[in-house]
Design a protein around this ligand. Structure first.
Ligand code: ADP
Ligand code: MG
Length: 593
């Protein structure tokens, strides 16, 4: 037998293990969810590969997860028939942290100051494989990859800085393929080795795993057994002793152990949407995407005809923590299945434009080939049609939030994802019609509460042709700008564009319901109240003054003109009709700096 080799953990893993073992005390049962989800991932990988390499299924055609408990010794074993790991993969996967959920967790810990025993953090992130050490003294991972003809055993202990790997030599322990985790529970956590407890946790955490999960359960059946009747009793009844001896039957319970299917394996998206409750949709969302808040909205639909697919989409309650995901659209937001086989969640705009990358969900297509690759996805006509439909459904869902009776919902949506929609104005001309009604702005007549463009249009004066806007760095400066004076006097509403991206977004929209957006700081603002006679008079009277001012200011201004747009300020600086607005100039300067 080759001896076990000892390896040191990467420093980050040591830190994570230390934290898990010594400071997280609540919500320990999440270890089971994490380990089952790893088993499920391993099965997904195998199923995917077996489409083109059916040989991989040799030896164990069933793709399942089996959990056995040993109450007396405090041991839980979790066995899957998934992809397994080679010796090198054991080192890479269970001794170092890649870009997995575990890495995200570590980052969040780094960002948050008080972490002591915070169960919320575990709930929010998968802490991955190492969560086994929430409840274990010792973890043994025995695993067989189809890539290797040997089976390897990884062994680690809580509070140790190293682990070992050896070859499996016990013929009784050889697996056809896949991975078996043997969890040696800590003294205080041996309760997890009760079969009923495990069954309950599996039901709770894994109802949406698409592979069967079996738990080892004690069962019983009743049996009728014949017993001889007591002769004394017969006598008492005063019956003839000579009569035939009567037979009596008794019911006994016979006990035995067997595997019991513990989860529901039909994917929720294949069910009839009328039979799925909101709670079930929300649970599915939280478990699939590792979210801890219910989504703001969901939409379950099937499309038929040209392209057939089923999908459930969700709008999250909050934007992802920490970083700005607009610039990083690879959010693993859409899980693509082909005929129920998980294909990928690593997309970059193929199924959703990047500005909608906050929308999460699953998509299951019957029309794509199972061995679909990135290239196929990018060039497929089917995918293009799917994308169009998905985007449309996403907008319907967002529109639904905006029409919800609970106004807070849309406020919340807008606060989290308003920026994304504004980016959509810039990047997705084709969907302007769908985006515009969802936009919200403050205005001269509504400085605290956001209004929609529809509300603006409804509030327009009968003779008003355009939608007026003023871009500024804050509501205060927008309110105090002299450009506003005449419009306020005429009771015309002006949108305040105070978010840097607002102005570009509006300029891309150009118009809403055939009403042009007009910047009130531009030179040729026409409020439709021109009086030619009077203008001529004024021009004559003040023309020379203008020339005089221009002469003194020289190149500092393009021109000096008489204006009728002010009511109390003596003069105002305006932008040229074709030049940048002052706000844009401010932005460009900020970017150049
Ligand atoms: P994550 O699942 O987010 O990648 P984990 O810490 O849960 O992070 O797991 C780390 C890695 O270990 C996985 O990505 C996978 O490669 C490997 N792994 C864990 N459990 C199994 C398993 N049952 N079968 C095969 N590989 C596994
Ligand atoms: Mg995992």
């Amino acid at each position: 037998t080759p001896p076990a080799e000892r390896y040191e953990y990467q420093a980050e893993v040591s830190r994570l293990m230390d934290l898990i073992v010594n400071s997280l005390y609540s919500n320990k049962e999440v270890f089971l969810r994490e380990l089952i989800s790893n088993a499920s991932d391993a099965l997904d990988k195998l199923r995917f590969l077996s489409v083109t390499q059916p040989d991989l299924l040799k030896g164990a055609a069933d793709l399942d997860i089996r959990i056995q408990t040993d109450k007396e010794n405090g041991i839980v074993t979790i066995t899957d028939t998934g992809i397994g790991m080679t010796q090198q993969e054991l080192v890479d996967c269970l001794g170092t942290i890649a870009q997995s959920g575990t890495a995200k967790f570590l980052k969040a810990l780094k960002d948050s100051k008080d972490i002591g025993g915070d169960s919320n953090l575990i709930g929010q992130f998968g802490v991955g494989f190492y969560s086994a050490f929430l409840v274990c003294d010792r973890v043994v991972v025995s695993t067989k990859s189809p890539k290797s003809d040997k089976q390897y055993v990884w062994e680690g202990e809580a509070n140790a800085s190293s682990y070992t790997i050896r070859e499996e030599t016990d013929p009784e322990k050889l697996l056809p393929r896949g991975t078996r985790l043997t969890l040696h529970l800590k003294r205080d956590d041996k309760g997890f080795a009760h079969p009923e407890r495990i069954q309950k946790l599996v039901k709770n955490y894994s109802q949406f795993v698409s592979f069967p999960i079996y738990t080892w359960q004690e069962k019983g059946f009743t049996k009728e057994v014949e017993v001889d009747e007591d002769p004394a009793e017969t006598k008492k009844d005063g019956q003839d002793e000579q009569s035939e001896k009567k037979k009596k039957t008794k019911t006994v319970v016979e006990k035995y152990w067997d595997w019991e299917l513990t989860n529901e394996t039909q994917p929720i998206w294949l069910r009839n949407s009328k039979e799925v409750t909101t709670e079930e949709y929300n649970e599915f969302y939280k478990k699939t995407f590792n979210e801890y808040l219910d989504p703001l909205a969901s939409s379950h639909f099937t499309t038929e005809g040209e392209v057939e697919f089923r999908s459930i989409l969700y709008v999250p309650a909050i934007a992802p923590m920490g970083k700005d995901d607009i610039v990083n659209p690879k959010t693993k937001n859409i899980r693509l299945y082909v005929k129920r086989v998980f294909i990928s969640d690593d997309f970059d705009g193929e199924l959703f434009p990047r500005y909608l990358s906050f929308v999460k969900g699953v998509v299951d297509s019957n029309d794509l080939p199972l061995n679909v690759s990135r290239e196929i996805l990018q060039e497929s006509r089917i995918v293009r049609i799917m994308r169009k439909r998905l985007v449309r459904k996403a907008f319907d869902m967002i529109l639904g939030i905006s029409m919800s009776e609970n106004k807070d919902d849309y406020d919340r949506f807008w606060e989290n994802f308003g920026k994304h929609l504004k980016l959509g104005c810039i990047e997705d001309r084709e969907n302007h019609k769908r985006i515009a009604p969802l936009l919200r702005f403050l205005s001269s007549q509504s400085v605290d509460e956001l209004i929609s463009l529809d509300e603006y249009v409804e509030n327009m004066k009968p003779e008003q042709k355009d939608i007026y806007y003023m871009a500024a760095d804050s509501v205060t400066s927008a309110k105090n700008t002299p450009f506003l004076e005449r419009l306020l006097e005429k009771d015309l509403e002006v949108l305040f564009l105070v978010d840097p991206i607002d102005e570009v977004a509006i300029q891309n929209l150009k118009a809403y319901k055939e009403k042009n957006f007009v910047d009130i700081s531009k030179e040729d603002l026409d409020l439709g109240d021109k009086n030619e006679e009077k203008d001529k008079e004024i021009k004559q009277e003040f023309g020379q003054t203008c020339d005089w001012i221009k002469k003194h200011l020289g190149d500092k201004v393009a021109s000096v003109q008489i204006s009728n747009r002010l009511s109390s300020s003596p003069c105002v600086l305006v932008s040229g009709k074709f030049g940048w607005s002052a706000n844009m100039e401010r932005l460009m300067k900020a970017q150049a700096a």
